[in-house]
Design a protein around this ligand. Sequence first.
Ligand code: CA
Length: 182
Amino acid sequence: MNKRILIVEDEKKTAALLSSALQESGYLAESCGNGTVALELIMRNPYDAVIMDVMLPGRDGLSVVRQLRERNHSVPVLMLSARGEMSERIEGLEAGADDYLPKPFGVAEVLARLKALTRRGGDSKAMLLEVADLRMEVASHLVSRGGQRILLAPQEFRLLECLMRHAPEVCPRSLLLSEAWG
Ligand code: CA
């Protein structure tokens, strides 16, 4: 099955460039130039990933991603922005984007990131876990709290993953033993 991607970008040239590059690589690409419309589309359609510009008419890209995550929607999002500074990158990731690419970007780089994101999304288990301000990206082993990166040993990571997957329920010892220690 071809992966279905939504391109949210109001600059027609960029959207057309991305759309044709994606189609050549075997994706089903759809485009949308408005953040408010994009949010509706994403809530209604099972996209495998979303490429999202930050500056958009309607709702901006950061706000769209925040809304998705607040509704526990875990579609992978690759954020694009003309503003490539570190603070913007962090803002994008904190809003709930999975990856961030500053403009101008190369099409090859977009395709490479998209491939990584859709591979993660293909797993049936949730690959992005969030409990309050604690956030875990399972595939990349990235854990952060309130945007601050936390370094964990592999065993600590598996234990936390188990707790987060079952939150807010209490995990009995037997479950922790089987899931975190095998
Ligand atoms: Ca734009």
